[in-house]
Write a protein that binds this ligand. Sequence first.
Ligand SMILES: [Zn+2]
Ligand SMILES: [Zn+2]
Ligand SMILES: [Zn+2]
Length: 329
Amino acid sequence: MASPGIVRLMADLWKDEVDGIHPIVDIDTGEVTYPEANARLDERDDSAFEVLETLAEQNRLHREFQEKQYICPQCTAKGMQYTSACPSCGSPETTRTERYRHTACGHEGLHDQFVDDEEVVCQECEISLNSLEQLESDTAHVCNNCDVIFQTPDHRLRCRDCHLVTHPMQSTERILYQYYLTPQGEEWIEEQLTARQAVAETLQNRTLQTDIDTTVTNGSDNDIPVHISAYDELLNDHIIAAVHEQPDESAITNLLRTAADVDAQAILATTSGTVVGEDVDQLVTNDRLTILQVTAGGTLNHDYEVVADPTTHNSFVGRIASIFEPQNG
Ligand SMILES: [Zn+2]
Ligand SMILES: [Zn+2]
Ligand SMILES: [Zn+2]
């Protein structure tokens, strides 16, 4: 399932500590960030975008359209800007203006061709007019690059970085979403938090100093986020525990690596009662590791099964739990 950072993120959504995750677009650079997610994820988690998209794929978050972003086909900078452009020379250096027409003589021109020293005069028939309102007018665009006057500009996108001006079809579209918890997501996070609490209480009941969602410090002074860290000062016993819905090879490898790094025993708790992977036999029999199932009622036991493929629920390779003697308690 999920790293401590992802659990933190989901838990805060569930507890309404945060009302959805919103993308913020930097106006100058076009860079997109998700501050509410970044504040909760750990450095070693994937990028906020990857985490949110994965949770959306798992139906734990749903996405709501916020805006569309265009990515430069030349330099891949994000957030191209809309610009109108001259249909004749392609330059974005065009200005919107009014075009006037004197209906009596048919003379056409821009503002300056009718207004002279604040007097309104038709240059063709030299008739003085009370105001510009006596003229027909419509919107026109003037190209400052090639001087062409035109009715409808082309729609173009301009890169803030490399200044490429391109047709919108040539750029890559990216939709920015806001993310909210789904009912499945609520159910999932509640189950994970309940399971984590059950594991923590079990350790606490054995008088270990237990911390939830904390870090452990390894030999090279790095703080590694863990779901649970439990410590017996007298006996100098240290246990770290991870809770997953369906722990897989990478979850077990990560847990064992951290355990070895801080010289601790490891508890891997599975809330589904399964461990997923084709080649996890070596890992699950590691001396450092105890795998426990956490039931919906919050009790812990040694019954779990290894399944090769989580999508085909019945194709488990073997029930490994039976080869272990249950430990006391
Ligand atoms: Zn032009
Ligand atoms: Zn005229
Ligand atoms: Zn560019």
